[in-house]
Each structure stands twice: as structure tokens, then as C-alpha cells.
Write a protein that binds this ligand. Sequence first.
Ligand SMILES: Cc1cc2nc3c(=O)[nH]c(=O)nc-3n(C[C@H](O)[C@H](O)[C@H](O)COP(=O)(O)OP(=O)(O)OC[C@H]3O[C@@H](n4cnc5c(N)ncnc54)[C@H](O)[C@@H]3O)c2cc1C
Ligand SMILES: *[C@@H]1O[C@H](CO)[C@@H](O)[C@H](O)[C@H]1NC(C)=O
Ligand SMILES: *[C@@H]1O[C@H](CO)[C@@H](O)[C@H](O)[C@H]1NC(C)=O
Ligand SMILES: *[C@@H]1O[C@H](CO)[C@@H](O)[C@H](O)[C@H]1NC(C)=O
Ligand SMILES: *[C@@H]1O[C@H](CO)[C@@H](O)[C@H](O)[C@H]1NC(C)=O
Ligand SMILES: *[C@@H]1O[C@H](CO)[C@@H](O)[C@H](O)[C@H]1NC(C)=O
Ligand SMILES: *[C@@H]1O[C@H](CO)[C@@H](O)[C@H](O)[C@H]1NC(C)=O
Ligand SMILES: *[C@@H]1O[C@H](CO)[C@@H](O)[C@H](O)[C@H]1NC(C)=O
Ligand SMILES: *[C@@H]1O[C@H](CO)[C@@H](O)[C@H](O)[C@H]1NC(C)=O
Length: 494
Amino acid sequence: MKNLHLLLPLITLIIIAAATVDSSSSSPTVCIIGSGIAGSSVAHFLRTYSTSASTITTIKIFERHNIIGGRTAAVTLSNETFEAGASILHPKNYHALNYTKYLNLSIRNPPSSESDSSFGIWNGRDFTFKTLSINSNFSFLQRIVSLANEVLIFFRYGLSLFRMNSFVDSTVNYFLRYYEGFESRPVFASVEDMLRWSGLYNLTRRTLYEELIDAHLSRRLIEELVTVVTRINYGQSVSISGLAGAVSLAGCGSGLWSVEGGNRQMAAGLISHSDVELHLNEEVESVSFIKQTYHLNTTKGKSYQCGITVVATPLDEVKIQFHPGISIPERKLQHTYTTFVRGVINPGYFGLGSVSEVPQLVGTVENPDVPFSSISVLKQHKEDDMSYKVFSRKPLDDALLDRIFSVRNETVKIDWGAYPHYHAPEVFAPFILDGHHLYYVNAFENAASTIETSAVAAENIARLILSRLNGQEPVDPVNLKSFGDNASDVHADL
Ligand SMILES: Cc1cc2nc3c(=O)[nH]c(=O)nc-3n(C[C@H](O)[C@H](O)[C@H](O)COP(=O)(O)OP(=O)(O)OC[C@H]3O[C@@H](n4cnc5c(N)ncnc54)[C@H](O)[C@@H]3O)c2cc1C
Ligand SMILES: *[C@@H]1O[C@H](CO)[C@@H](O)[C@H](O)[C@H]1NC(C)=O
Ligand SMILES: *[C@@H]1O[C@H](CO)[C@@H](O)[C@H](O)[C@H]1NC(C)=O
Ligand SMILES: *[C@@H]1O[C@H](CO)[C@@H](O)[C@H](O)[C@H]1NC(C)=O
Ligand SMILES: *[C@@H]1O[C@H](CO)[C@@H](O)[C@H](O)[C@H]1NC(C)=O
Ligand SMILES: *[C@@H]1O[C@H](CO)[C@@H](O)[C@H](O)[C@H]1NC(C)=O
Ligand SMILES: *[C@@H]1O[C@H](CO)[C@@H](O)[C@H](O)[C@H]1NC(C)=O
Ligand SMILES: *[C@@H]1O[C@H](CO)[C@@H](O)[C@H](O)[C@H]1NC(C)=O
Ligand SMILES: *[C@@H]1O[C@H](CO)[C@@H](O)[C@H](O)[C@H]1NC(C)=O
């Protein structure tokens, strides 16, 4: 780090150069591509953390769709809205909790307490496990049933359940380090550094299966309950990374919540409170770095000049051209087909006699013959009138849906490029794509993809931007190179 002081004047020069190109202000314009929770969080934290030494005047957000929120979205089914994408938050998702408080939104806990909603594991032929359920308003009966269910689960999986819990708890505890104050928490220039610092990096090197076998969980628990959970939350098997797996398991604990009226209100509220120039229906087609300024060309035929550009969307399936080109590791997205049905499930499909015998949450194990990952009741309107959500890895055609449902009054199908297809060991794209001021929040999605991980990554990116504007390079030799090694080039450009 001994040559750091030599770099500072250069960085400052670059910033001045960037700023002068932007005639509207004396500090760089920040352009953010994507209005999901990541893009909106970057804008929020840039505003919150800005000081007089690092003022950011203009923030522009570009969103290709006509609505804010990305993968937090609502779906309307027979005049009622449900979460179409991210639906649940963990009680320790502190950024999301803070957003909710800050924006005056209300917290909604799942409508039906776990105790009265039934659960079953379907293997394609029968239910290998099924909880008891009763249809009663007497709370003491519900309590007995839920106790009985705990006993049933304990009989099937035994002490492995406690080992699973402690695996999840310890992962959550490592993650909590990302809420520490600035004194103890550095700014991270790469995903690897960020994960190593908290102690989570090792969990991205091995599969969930390997981690859980080492933690002495029974194969039965892994192949049944754990598999059910990873299929519901990431549409994938237990061969995802240990970290994505732990996050996914944390998402089936108790105390889960969502935002009353829809999770997308977080992104919308953050944007409306962060003095952002919002460009809806405007897709960024190219990002060209010319004379220390990013030129963003959009589908509206316009070109915007920005001193700093933040990519807040996965780059795996979008066609943004970068000049000069960037290089990131190849990553496949897992597509999750979400099918919403208003109607009635067909008990015959499951070899059952009545609708009430079909569990309200049907989970599944890895079996290529099972065409869906899960089916859950979102709302019971009447005995024979329900709203369901079905997850699957492939689209469900109408013939199949007509076998699973006996009545189908309305069907809505959504194809999400949902989250990375996880594997181990994971490789990560850089946070800084070009060594200058092109940032990539969604590099962190290879660790785990959730609302909260997006917010945590975005918070770090906001700090990274501000600290680099102030000439404080984070301690990462790889990223220093681009400024240092070719000092002569930089001079030439100026
Ligand atoms: C079905 C499903 C269920 C999920 N369940 C949960 C859950 O229960 N809990 C949880 O915490 N997480 C869940 N997730 C994950 C969570 O939704 C994501 O991790 C999170 O919303 C990602 O936010 P983001 O802002 O990084 O990306 P996105 O929300 O995808 O935002 C990116 C935005 O960029 C826009 N965009 C893309 N390209 C361009 C361009 N060229 N120009 C302009 N705009 C562009 C897109 O339109 C989009 O609005 C789920 C995801 C899915 C799909
Ligand atoms: C839809 O909902 C709105 C508001 O809740 C209500 O006013 C309207 O009557 C409903 N329409 C139908 C067809 O149910
Ligand atoms: C949430 O907000 C409170 C009060 O504003 C603050 O003290 C706390 O640090 C915030 N937490 C996070 C995770 O930002
Ligand atoms: C939240 O609500 C309080 C009281 O209802 C109000 O004073 C405050 O301005 C609201 N804040 C936001 C961000 O809307
Ligand atoms: C439970 O209570 C609600 C209203 O309190 C009532 O509408 C419903 O019929 C009751 N269900 C049963 C099974 O008793
Ligand atoms: C990660 O793995 C390395 C090498 O196996 C080990 O030395 C280190 O203690 C592990 N870190 C954590 C947090 O478990
Ligand atoms: C972007 O738009 C400008 C102005 O219209 C144009 O000169 C330039 O060639 C475009 N860049 C790309 C990469 O298309
Ligand atoms: C479905 O639609 C039919 C005909 O429109 C109606 O009679 C029936 O009540 C509806 N059922 C449900 C479950 O909505
Ligand atoms: C930096 O640029 C100079 C002149 O263009 C070149 O000679 C030198 O090899 C470059 N250094 C590195 C480390 O790329």
C-alpha cells in the first residue's frame, strides 16, 4: 500500500474530469440500471451516507419496465393481489425491517399460523410425510395438533433437526456482521473479501449436501425436508452451495414476514425518498466509457452522460453492450415458473378422496417425474374456491394443470429468470467491472439471492462509491492496479 498516496491525486483528477463532462453539476451524476431492491437501495444509501466531501447531486435510475420493483412484484388474481416474486422476509433482515419502518409501511405476518396449515412431502406416488390438520377454531385443539406434528416430524428426522437448526443459526450469525458499524466493518471491493470477512466464504466452496453430511444430518432429512425447502426457495436441489442452502433454510423458520400491501413498496418508497430522477420504460442498451465518462444509450434513442454507473440487475440474460467490453464469469439463471390458479385442486391427482386431505403446502423431492416443485394455498375463499401458487422448473401446460386442478377459473403464469443456478465452488464477478466507476451489485447474488442480500450488497456498493470518490481505495490490490499500473495512460486521457 506504500504507493497509495501517489494515486490519490490521480483519482481526484479523474473525478474532476468526470464531473466537468457533466455540465449539470459539479459532482458526478450516478446512473443506476434497474429499479429493484438493489438499485433503490444504492440510491437510498448514497443519499444517507453522502457528506459534504462526497456530495452526489444527481441520481438517475433506469428501469426497462413501466413499474418499480423488479423481482418484488404483485400479481392480480381475480381482483386480489399476491406476491408474484419475493414473498417472505426473515425476522433478522434488518435493512428490510428498517426500510419498512422508515417508509411507514406495515408488517404482515403469514395469515395462517404454521399450526393450522398442513404440510406434505409428495414423491410422485404418495405422500412420504404428511402433518395432521384439523379444521377447527378451538385454539387448544390447534395447539395439540401442532404439538403432535412436532412429534411426528421429530420421529421421522430425530436429532438431525437440531443439527440443521444450529447450521442455520450459525450462518445467520455470521451474516449479522454486515450490520456492524463503519468503525469495525470495512468497505469491500470484492464479493470474496466481503464473504471472507464475515466467515461465510467457505460455505460457497462446498455444496449444501456436503456441508450437511459433515454436520451429521441424516440422509433422510437432507433428501426430504431440506430438499423440499431448496426446491421451494431456489427451485434447485441440495447441490446448491452451502451458503445459498443455509439462506434457503433460514427462509422456512418462524417469524417470517412480508410488507402489507406488497414488498415492492420498499423499492418504490426508497426511490421516492431519495431524490431520484426516475426513467421508467427506458431500457439501457449500451454503456460506453469515453473520456472518463459513461455514455448510456437507451431504447428511447437518448444518450446520458454519467460519472458513475451502477448495474443493479443480473447481467446474465440482459443484452447491455459494454464498450470497452467487460469480462465476468459465466452464470446461468435458474428459471422459476410461477403459476397462480384460482380454483380447486384435484385430490384424485394425489390419490386422495377429498380436497381437505390435500396438504395446504405440498412440497416435493428430487424426482424427474414430479412436474412441479411445490403447490401452496395462498388463500381459502370458500371450501371449493381457493387461490394457489405453483412453482416449477418448466412451464406447466394446460393439460397438466387440468389434471392437477379440477376447477380452474383463472390462471396466471410468470416465467422468472429467478436467481443464479447455484453450484460449488462458486465464482464471483467483480463489484468493480472496469477498474473505474462501473459497479455491479448483483455480483453478490452468487452468494445468495434475497431481498436482504441485495440490500446488504447495495449498501456496500454505496460505501465503495463514496470512499473511492474521496480517494480512499479499499484495501484490494487487484482493483488498485487499474489506477496504478497505468498512470501514464491516465495522464494521456486527461
Ligand atoms: C419467484 C421468486 C421468489 C423469490 N422469493 C424470495 C423470497 O421469498 N424472499 C426473498 O428475500 N427473496 C426472494 N426472491 C429473490 C429476490 O426477489 C431477489 O433476490 C431480489 O428481488 C433481487 O433484487 P435486485 O434489485 O437485485 O434485482 P431485480 O429485482 O431483478 O431488479 C432488476 C431491475 O432491472 C431492470 N432492468 C434489467 N435490465 C435493464 C436494462 N437494460 N435497462 C433498464 N432496466 C433494466 C429489471 O426490469 C428489474 O426491474 C425470489 C425471487 C423469485 C424470482
Ligand atoms: C374488485 O375489488 C375492488 C376493490 O377491492 C372492488 O371495489 C370491486 O368491486 C371488485 N371487483 C370484483 C369483480 O370483485
Ligand atoms: C436501522 O435504523 C436504526 C435507527 O435509524 C439504526 O440505528 C440501525 O443502525 C439501522 N440498521 C441497519 C441495519 O441499517
Ligand atoms: C410516517 O407517518 C408519520 C405519522 O403517521 C408521519 O409523520 C411521517 O411523515 C410519515 N413518514 C413518511 C416517510 O411517510
Ligand atoms: C371459524 O370462525 C369463523 C369466524 O370467526 C367462521 O366464519 C368459521 O365458520 C369458523 N370455522 C369453523 C370450522 O368453525
Ligand atoms: C475456512 O476454511 C479454511 C481452510 O479450510 C479454514 O482455515 C478457515 O478456518 C475456515 N473459516 C471458517 C470461518 O470456517
Ligand atoms: C450512443 O448514442 C450516441 C448519440 O446518439 C451515438 O453517437 C453513439 O454512437 C451511441 N453509442 C452506441 C454504443 O451505440
Ligand atoms: C368458477 O366459475 C364458474 C362459472 O363462471 C362459477 O360458477 C364458479 O362459482 C367459479 N368457481 C370458483 C371456484 O371460483
Ligand atoms: C502502461 O502503459 C505504458 C504506455 O502505454 C506501457 O508501456 C506499459 O507497459 C503499461 N503498463 C502496464 C502494467 O500495463
